[in-house]
Design a protein around this ligand. Structure first.
Ligand code: ZN
Length: 129
């Protein structure tokens, strides 16, 4: 299990198990936030708590951050999928570094091609500095 918290502690999350990868995306939002995402479904693999403020992007997605300290904690889909589940992803940068250090980075080209790019062997630990 992985736990994450914003800097002031008001917003927290819990990720059950270990994510297959951490997604680094270069879209216009993610590259500004500098986030690393781990995906699952709300109320299943991922549980979030604490009052957040959201930046709503279009009709599909909203980015939630702590209104007090500003840390981006998670994004969630605005609509349920066909199975009635809500997609959500948490920002692994809010976890303790040693807990997530060995998770491989998945590169997602969210800017041009909207597709996954091959892994290059780097892990979350390589992204801290
Ligand atoms: Zn906070």
């Amino acid at each position: 299990m992985i736990q994450g918290s914003c800097h002031c502690g008001a917003v927290t999350y819990r990720f059950e198990g270990q994510p297959d990868g951490a997604t680094a995306c270069n879209c216009t939002v993610c590259r500004r936030y500098g986030v690393l995402w781990a995906y699952d479904y709300e109320g299943e693999g991922i549980h979030v708590s604490g009052k957040t403020q959201a930046y709503v992007r279009g009709t599909a997605i909203e980015f939630h951050f702590c209104p007090s300290c500003g840390c981006v904690a998670f994004w969630r889909a605005r609509k349920l999928n066909d199975a009635g589940k809500r997609r959500i992803a948490v920002n692994l940068r809010l976890a303790e570094p040693d807990v997530v250090a060995d998770i491989p980075i998945d590169h997602f080209d969210g800017l041009d091609k909207w597709e996954d790019l091959p892994r290059d062997g780097r892990c979350v630990g390589d992204y801290w500095f």
